[in-house]
Design a protein around this ligand. Structure first.
Ligand SMILES: Cc1cc2nc3c(=O)[nH]c(=O)nc-3n(C[C@H](O)[C@H](O)[C@H](O)COP(=O)(O)OP(=O)(O)OC[C@H]3O[C@@H](n4cnc5c(N)ncnc54)[C@H](O)[C@@H]3O)c2cc1C
Length: 369
């Protein structure tokens, strides 16, 4: 390939999904990924697909999130067949438990609202919850069950997306840092890297929490790192697989482990695990499954979520500079939203029709006076 139609900056889950969708649409694509940052979000993620457990009644992105989840029931088997990578899709529901009367009231109202929107969720009384989760705390008063929510293995999804993108002709350039956008007469012409210039007809910025650090952006980009610390314990013997949420965190089974998360900390680009973080996440785990208090901590890690001021991703084109596209700021839901983000960017770039109102994701929303 001489120079590609599009350079995607960032080879995390968002860059990979965007590149694959663009290549599927017939465009030539290059992914540039530096790969040396500490705290890359995709590597740290729990991989839950939780549009209903993560939402509230004010969420303008709910329709996109639900569609984002549902895409995977078709996409994962296709990718697995194409690439041979086992993505570990688990679609047996997520439970959001209530510990107090106030929690229960709010959760039951949320269920009523979700059902009015035509979404599938229900209230589990303690006996029903315990059938699914015998080891859950006695303090729990019941739970929202979102039976279609679930999880997948984010690193396997990333691998499969990159293999598929490469099969479609995408060039994946690793160990190269994008440093500065090249813009001529109001249009992107490529990107300067630490290894020289890469020309392209358009650039998609998908560099996660580092997106705002790219030089030459037309204006400051509102994406900041929010650290999440994660722990893994042994999954309790004989406890059935489950994904359980509280207001403060969650626990899920992956392999033989109980993966538990997560803190939400504004600590800049520091991706370290701290004693306070370990204590907080362990407390969440033991609140849900008291047996964890005796369990051995197997692993700990942290990642930096690319967060925006309103908690919504930034997906779409720059209002002024031609050929500059954003696919960033996915915060807590970048795995859930990766595939749909790829579809949205590919549809926008090829001017295909779109069924969604993309206003809530519009990059220009932070810059309108
Ligand atoms: C602890 C934790 C738990 C999470 N759990 C979930 C969950 O259960 N479900 C869910 O949906 N989401 C979850 N998320 C959120 C999700 O992981 C992120 O939203 C998503 O991974 C963001 O993907 P990304 O590709 O934008 O960023 P990243 O995965 O951070 O990737 C950014 C990439 O850009 C590259 N890069 C950076 N700067 C440059 C540069 N200048 N030049 C070239 N390349 C560059 C990096 O090397 C990196 O590969 C979680 C996040 C964390 C931290």
């Amino acid at each position: 390939m001489s120079h590609p139609d599009i350079v995607v900056i960032g080879g995390g889950i968002i860059g990979a999904a965007v590149a694959r969708s663009l290549a599927l649409a017939g465009l030539t694509v290059e992914i540039i990924d530096s790969g040396t940052e500490q705290g890359i979000a995709t590597q740290a993620s729990a991989g839950m697909l939780a549009p209903l457990a993560e939402t509230d009644t004010e969420d303008p992105v709910l329709g996109i999130s639900v569609r984002g989840r549902d895409i995977y029931t078709e996409l994962v088997p296709q990718l697995e067949e194409e690439t041979g990578v086992d993505i570990g899709l688990w679609c047996e529901g997520i439970m959001k438990v209530a510990f107090s009367e106030a929690d229960e009231d709010a959760t039951r109202s949320l269920i009523a609202w979700q059902r009015q929107q035509g979404l599938n969720s229900e209230w589990l009384v303690p006996g029903e919850l315990r059938e699914r989760c015998p080891g859950i705390s006695d303090e729990v008063r019941g739970a929202l069950l979102a039976p279609e929510d679930g999880a997948l293995d984010p690193l396997s999804l990333l691998e499969a997306l990159l293999v598929s993108a490469a099969n479609l002709g995408t060039r994946i350039t690793r160990g190269v840092r994008a440093e500065r956008l090249q813009i001529e007469e109001g249009h992107v012409t490529g990107v300067e890297t630490d290894r020289g210039a890469h020309q392209a007809g358009a650039v998609v910025l998908a560099a996660g929490a580092w997106s705002g650090r790219l030089g030459g952006l037309p204006r400051p980009l509102s994406v900041e790192p929010v650290r999440g610390q994660m722990l893994a314990f042994d999954w309790p013997a004989d406890e059935p697989a489950a994904i359980v949420y509280t207001g403060k965190g969650y626990a899920l089974k992956r392999g033989a482990e109980m993966v538990v998360g997560s803190t939400m900390e504004h600590t800049g680009y520091d991706a370290s695990v701290t004693p306070d973080g370990i204590e907080e996440v362990t407390r969440t785990a033991a609140q849900l499954y008291p047996a964890v208090a005796e369990a051995t901590l197997r692993r700990s890690w942290a990642g930096l979520r690319p967060a925006t001021p309103d908690g919504r991703p930034i997906v779409g084109k720059d209002p002024d500079v031609g050929g500059l596209w954003y696919a960033t700021g996915h915060g807590r839901n970048g795995i859930l939203l990766a595939a749909i983000t790829g579809e949205i960017i590919a549809n926008l770039l090829t001017e295909d029709s779109l069924e969604f109102d993309l206003g809530p994701l519009d990059p220009g929303r932070f810059w309108q006076s």
